[in-house]
Design a protein around this ligand. Structure first.
Ligand SMILES: [Zn+2]
Length: 149
């Protein structure tokens, strides 16, 4: 069993942010916490899902929300799992990120506000949306039981 599926994050409204951070540190590994809750980026070509082609639903590693169907994953060769669209636009939220001297759009889980990665547009990958959701493997959990039909 995964720990993440047991977490009912994002549904409680009467808990302070500080308490929530402590809870995340309890349930996530230090590596997961650094990416999901502190916005770090895993090193390219190291993530477990970089070359994954199995069918299923990529879920938020922290809260288990369905985020990216495997049929939107494509081989971008950028070093991180890449998707051309989320399951639905309301599954993710976008934040303008000007760190590292670039203007990028951060992608977070809409349910628990965990950091997923960034989205880039107009790169010419030839996908239906011409977008690349560049997502950390460690932010995701592939559920192969939830294969979309
Ligand atoms: Zn989440």
């Amino acid at each position: 069993m995964t720990r993440s599926s047991d977490i009912n994050a994002g549904t409680s409204t009467n808990e302070g942010a500080a308490a929530e951070e402590i809870r995340w540190q309890d349930v996530l590994t230090p590596e997961e916490f650094a990416v999901l809750r502190q916005g770090a980026t895993e090193r390219p070509f190291t993530g477990e899902y970089n070359d994954e082609t199995a069918a299923g639903m990529y879920q938020c590693r922290a809260c288990g929300a369905d985020l990216f169907p495997s049929n939107t994953k494509f081989a971008s060769h950028c070093g991180w799992p890449s998707f051309y669209a989320p399951l639905a636009e309301d599954r993710v939220r976008y934040i303008r990120d000007t760190s590292m001297g670039m203007e990028r759009v951060e992608v977070r889980c809409a349910n628990c506000d965990s950091h997923m990665g960034h989205v880039f547009s107009g790169e010419g990958y030839g996908t239906p949306t011409d977008q690349r959701y560049c997502i950390n493997s460690i932010s995701l959990k592939l559920n192969t039981d939830a294969a979309d039909s």
